[in-house]
Design a protein around this ligand. Sequence first.
Ligand code: COA
Length: 258
Amino acid sequence: MTSFVEVTHDGHVSTLTINRPDKLNALSTEVLEDLRAAVDALANREEARAAVITGTGKAFVAGADIAAMKDMTEAEGRAFGALGHGVFDAIEQLRLPVIAAVNGFALGGGCELALACDFIYASSKAKFGQPEVNLGIIPGFGGTQRLPRRVGSAAARELIYTGRMIGAEEALRIGLVNAVFEPDALLPKTIEAAKEIATKGPLAIAAAKRLIRDGLDRALPEANRMEQAAFAEAFGTADQREGMSAFLEKRSPAFRGA
Ligand code: COA
């Protein structure tokens, strides 16, 4: 059976491509399950050090599948929300950084998928939005929580209450995306960034990801204690010896993730 998520590997960098272009990569239960399987496989892939998520065709992901949701009962809606949250949490919990390469529409669940990634690069043609209120629902895969954490409460409220679509430049201005590229340059530039990350100490990157993710929801003194503990632990790794030796020996480090 073919999957709605294509996975390719280039050394330490994996690319996950949502592939349902006839429905603008809308997230049905099947697509979410395929994405979950791809994310779980990535978690178990020892050599994986960074990943990219993108979409086929003119959309990144145009949202959760409206046709599939139309007749859902409350119980089915609950299960669908739990599935989406589970997949996006799994992305956020990966030890390796994930960059969203937003090639087109990132609406509703598509914007939420991008927000579950560590950061977002966008094509100049990308469009972002949380249009759920147009459908009589609210963002259900983390949008009310991750969007304000990423862009601040005021911008998130405006986007979620109006359901307005914004272009790549506005997304850049409000801090939703880190960089905007010409459409053809988006994927190469994103993979280049992922490859750069993959040259760094994987344990250090994993610790930094965990601390930023978990620290943001904690009070600063507690979060700073977490950082102190992780900083100390870094000195118990072979990668720390290798990184510092390589610097002093004026050579490139060869990190092993140990
Ligand atoms: N769920 C299910 N199907 C979707 C979809 C979604 N979220 N988004 C797009 N599609 C389908 C369309 O129904 C259409 O299918 P069809 O060819 O069988 O009729 C196909 O994808 C192409 O979409 P279309 O609307 O014809 O493309 P467009 O370029 O005219 O418009 C959008 C693009 C993104 C503006 C428009 O598709 C849209 O508004 N999508 C819904 C966005 C949304 O509300 N997302 C949040 C869901 S919670």
